[in-house]
Design a protein around this ligand. Structure first.
Ligand SMILES: *Cc1c(COP(=O)(O)O)cnc(C)c1O
Length: 372
């Protein structure tokens, strides 16, 4: 049997181990230290000088963003429905209520028209404005940020930009993660760069990021003893993981380039076979974290997935929208059926930047066989 071809596996750049060894040599085996500071600085330099707090996960970053924006029990928070559960679980951690918004066909992300409708309807139905909007750049494809930010600003609702899958993507020349009041990143093992597990909170507002660091280290007041006036969390990234992050950040541009190359390769070979791809709008530069395809016929995706699994190729259905998940069955949703349609037709293909051209040729051959 051939070696397994994964969807998106970690891809080290070369200097990660050196940084980790340095952490051991200097005994900074802790959730503090020089790598953590340098990793935050590196991310900040990359993200137009925005302030950055490195955290234990992307989910933790969303949790802290919601807390800092003052989201409380029974508040409503609007969230893109077509996403991974990490985007919206933190709403529930706070006893607040997610309200889901479906996707538009041009980027597959939050539909601005439905967002506007949802805001007006929530104000009409419950007499108060949603407390925040969580917009997602799914699969590294920038959402329609001009439209979404205009609606958010008009209604004065803060935006959390979930760029967990979109580090390295650009919208009209600006980096994803720097549009919202907060941006969040993930460095989970399957993301475009990884720290094994980790995340970051990004904002132009450095006081908010200071506050996030404070909350992420158990909300310790300034006193020689342990003094607390607020509930805190243990959400800081370790200095070891930050060392891996420093190595990864050095190769980020190469990783984006390779993922886009993989996307182009698939498209070149599969478009003729009647396969459709996630579109990229003029002015957007996706990182193509995962190449997503759509089959014409519903439910064919599962047959293809199983056929590829037999030859040890990992593919995955697209995200199943949150408003279709049993756990969020009672949450209000503003839907148009588009993301449900994507789920019934779509498949994510192996897209890791460490795949060789030979690997890709094998996937394409087997994928075509599975289609016939
Ligand atoms: C991965 C991911 C998250 C959560 O990140 P973790 O670091 O795994 O907690 C959130 N949103 C989206 C869209 C993601 O893909």
């Amino acid at each position: 049997m051939n070696e397994r071809i994964y969807l998106s596996s970690p891809h080290m750049g070369g200097r990660e181990l050196e940084y980790v060894q340095e952490a051991f040599a200097t005994n900074w085996v802790a959730p503090a230290g020089p790598h953590l500071t340098a990793f935050e600085q590196g991310l900040s330099d990359y993200l137009h000088g925005y302030a950055v707090a490195a955290l234990s996960s992307g989910t933790a970053a969303i949790h802290l963003a919601l807390i800092i924006l003052g989201v409380k029990q029974n508040d409503e928070v609007l969230c893109a429905s077509f996403t991974f559960s990490g985007s919206c679980n933190p709403i529930a951690y706070l006893g607040a209520k997610p309200v889901f918004v479906d996707s538009e066909p041009e980027t597959w992300n939050m539909d601005p028209a439905l967002l506007e409708e949802a805001i007006q309807d929530r104000i009409h139905k419950i007499g108060k404005k949603p407390k925040a909007i969580i917009v997602v750049h799914l699969y590294g494809m920038p959402a329609k940020m001009d439209e979404i930010m205009a609606i958010a600003r008009q209604h004065e609702i803060p935006v959390i930009e979930d760029a967990a899958e979109a580090l390295g993507a650009l919208y009209k020349g600006q980096k994803c993660g720097t549009f919202g009041d907060f941006g969040i990143l993930s460095f989970n093992g399957n993301k475009i760069i990884t720290t094994s597990g980790g995340g970051a909170l990004v904002s132009k507002n450095s006081e908010w990021i200071e506050k996030a660091r404070f909350l992420a280290t158990q909300a310790r007041d300034s006193a020689p003893h342990y003094q607390h006036s607020e509930i805190g969390y243990n959400y800081r990234l370790s200095n070891i993981c930050a060392g891996i992050g420093r190595g990864q950040l050095e190769v980020l541009e190469q990783r984006v380039h390779r993922r886009r190359e993989i996307f182009a390769f698939y498209r070149q070979h599969l478009e003729k076979a009647g396969i459709n791809f996630q579109p990229e709008q003029e002015g957007s530069y996706a990182n193509r974290w995962l190449t997503c395809v759509l089959l014409e016929e519903k439910s064919r995706n599962e047959k293809v997935r199983l056929a590829l699994e037999k030859v040890n190729i990992e593919t995955r259905p697209l995200w199943k929208s949150m408003h279709l998940q049993p756990v969020f069955a009672k949450a209000p949703a503003y839907e148009n059926g588009f993301s449900a349609d994507l789920f019934s037709k779509g498949l994510c293909l192996p897209s890791g930047s460490n795949l060789t051209t030979k690997d890709l040729e094998f996937v394409i051959r087997e994928f075509r066989d599975a289609l016939d």
